[in-house]
Design a binder for this molecule. Structure first.
Ligand SMILES: [Zn+2]
Length: 389
């Protein structure tokens, strides 16, 4: 796709016009809270909306219809260059850095990532192979930034993407507390916007101090329209990716090829079907071989993989009962049919397999060894689907 060539600013917010209008009115009437939590499905545009909200606050011409889109502040905001718009997101922990230098190294990594996002605003983050998080050092950097005065305007805005990643790591309590202090007593000119696709994993104390805003999934047609018009993707690719994306632009982008290589979610989808194949293999050893292949360090990356496995299981339960167009993974209908008919699988047994997936998701949040999680999950699914042949 052509998005990398020459594009220097963020794409427009897409599909959330009603919410944008009510936020603009809230700001104009002085009723916008100082701490917000935008939650909703992964990739639906939560961080993009948060950045737009930052632009709304920083544009001196903002009114009930939104930011002007034309002034210097607006241009800096959409170019990710506004010195009072701070965007934090989970990063991999830099290697070989002394603890005292961690905050600095993370800030460097964040700037590098921002440069990358400025150049390729529609490029999905690659599937994480190492754990990422918002570390204590980041929460502290954020806090000390927030105590300073805005650099050019009257306000400053902090966007904290995937805020739930503050929780499940070492020193997490401390990191969360540093953020909590900021949420409790935000400096007068400061707006904090947290985003999360797993708000249930946020500390209750953080949730109770933020005003929740839910971002619903878009229609598949809207996602397709975005991909064609903004992403300059071919109609066929756009249709296929929007179907797999299930109402999320970010998700759909992950299924599109990047420079001839499969996108990160497409790679995970292939893996999800390998897991399903292993779980329905007559040879019980297939489950363990597949689990060992996964490596030991990627427990966070398992969540999107499990979501794709969930889609595959859903397809398995309806395959045969619906036309192949009704499947999420319609291109795998032959494989699904083979598994379903080969073991004479009943939809009810597939429904029971979902329970194992839910348990596995909870273990991911608890930082259990990923190989153990996957081996346990696949064994569970296998027993439901084919018993113990
Ligand atoms: Zn403006």
């Amino acid at each position: 796709m052509a998005s990398g060539a020459g594009r220097v600013s963020l794409h427009p917010v897409f599909g959330h016009a009603d919410l944008q209008a009510s936020l603009s009115r809230a700001l104009a009437s002085g009723s916008l809270p100082s701490s917000l939590l935008i939650h909703g499905p992964r990739g639906v545009g939560k961080q993009r909306l948060a950045l737009w909200l930052g632009q709304l606050l920083l544009c001196p011409e903002s009114g009930p219809t939104g930011p002007c889109g034309d002034c210097k502040a607006c241009r800096m905001a959409t170019n990710l260059e506004h010195p009072d718009l701070h965007w934090y997101f989970p990063l991999a922990k830099p290697k070989g850095v002394r603890p005292g230098k961690l905050a600095e190294a993370l800030e460097e990594a964040r700037y590098d990532t921002l440069v990358e996002r400025r150049e390729h605003p529609l490029r999905p983050a690659s599937a994480a192979t190492e754990p990422t998080g918002l570390y204590l050092a980041v929460a502290q950097t954020l806090r000390s930034h927030a105590q300073r005065r805005p650099a050019v305007g009257l306000r400053q805005v902090f966007v904290i993407g995937d805020a739930e990643t503050l929780v499940p790591q070492e020193s997490s309590q401390e990191a969360a507390n540093a953020l909590l202090k900021l949420l409790e007593e935000p400096p007068a000119s400061t707006l904090l916007i947290l985003t999360s696709s797993e708000p249930g994993r946020l500390l209750p104390t953080i949730r109770s101090r933020t005003m929740p805003l839910h971002l619903p999934p878009l229609s598949s047609e809207s996602v397709e329209q975005f991909l064609v018009e903004v992403g300059e993707v071919s109609r066929n690719d756009a249709r296929r990716a929007s179907h797999l994306g299930r109402g999320s632009i970010g998700r759909a982008l992950g299924f599109l090829p990047i420079e001839g290589e499969p996108g990160p979610l497409e790679t995970l989808r292939t893996q999800a079907f390998e897991l399903l194949t292993a779980a329905s293999d007559a040879d019980a050893g297939a489950v363990y071989r597949k689990s060992l292949e996964l490596g030991t360090t990627r427990s966070r990356g398992l969540m999107p993989l499990f979501e794709l496995l969930e889609d595959a299981l859903r397809d398995l339960s309806v395959t045969g009962a619906v036309a192949s167009g009704g499947l999420i993974n319609s291109d795998r209908k032959d494989l699904l049919k083979r598994i379903r008919e080969g073991w004479d699988i009943h939809p009810v047994t597939v429904a029971r397999a979902f329970r194992h997936l839910e348990e596995a998701k909870e273990l991911v949040a608890g930082n259990v060894n990923p190989q153990l999680i996957v081996a346990g999950l696949l064994t569970g699914i296998r027993e439901e689907l084919i018993g113990n042949p």
